[in-house]
Design a protein around this ligand. Sequence first.
Ligand SMILES: C[S@@+](CC[C@H](N)C(=O)[O-])C[C@H]1O[C@@H](n2cnc3c(N)ncnc32)[C@H](O)[C@@H]1O
Length: 198
Amino acid sequence: MAEMNAVSRFFVNRVKGRANKRLYKWLTAHLPLPAGATCLEIGCGNGNMAARIMDGMSPASYVATDLDPRQLDAAKRYLAERYPTGLPDGLELRTADMLHLLFTDGSFDAVFAFAAIHHASPTHGDFTNVPRALTEIDRVLQPEGILAYEEFLHKDKIRLWLRDHRYQVIASDKRWTREVVVATKPSAPSERATQILA
Ligand SMILES: C[S@@+](CC[C@H](N)C(=O)[O-])C[C@H]1O[C@@H](n2cnc3c(N)ncnc32)[C@H](O)[C@@H]1O
């Protein structure tokens, strides 16, 4: 895990929470989330996007996960303020490492990763662990499921991985160094994915 210091955590949990308003607005127009979808978010930070998607898109379930206990504490605080009478039905917070997701194959209709995938390796610029994280996401996503992510790093390499695994990019948005991508998993696993898993 790429460690975040206190300044990074402050930035992500306070400042990015506001930028997420624009991200969420874009997703409302480009994310074909089916009614009653089962969703997983990796690297959920303070839970800001989890709450936005939960409130606005009404999935049946939304498991918001993070590896860093300090971030899960921040999420508990943020969600407790947002939902003073308790979390909405279907929303839960869990500890999970994107490199070893504790969910069975094909558990989710959609997986979200907002500014999270580049945290797969110990340093942000290092791509080494990113394919493992993408393979884990692919494993827990059901065929034809949706992957939506926001990234600042490794954008071309992640796109190549998606292409190699026959994901179809159905929408994307580039702004400055940031890219948001919505892609769908193929209905059958790719030969390359089968080889990796063998
Ligand atoms: C830049 S923050 C993004 C937070 C949130 N998604 C957002 O957009 O506001 C990246 C998050 O990924 C988490 N993270 C880092 N390594 C992880 C790992 N191996 N598995 C799951 N989450 C991880 C961090 O703790 C942090 O909360």
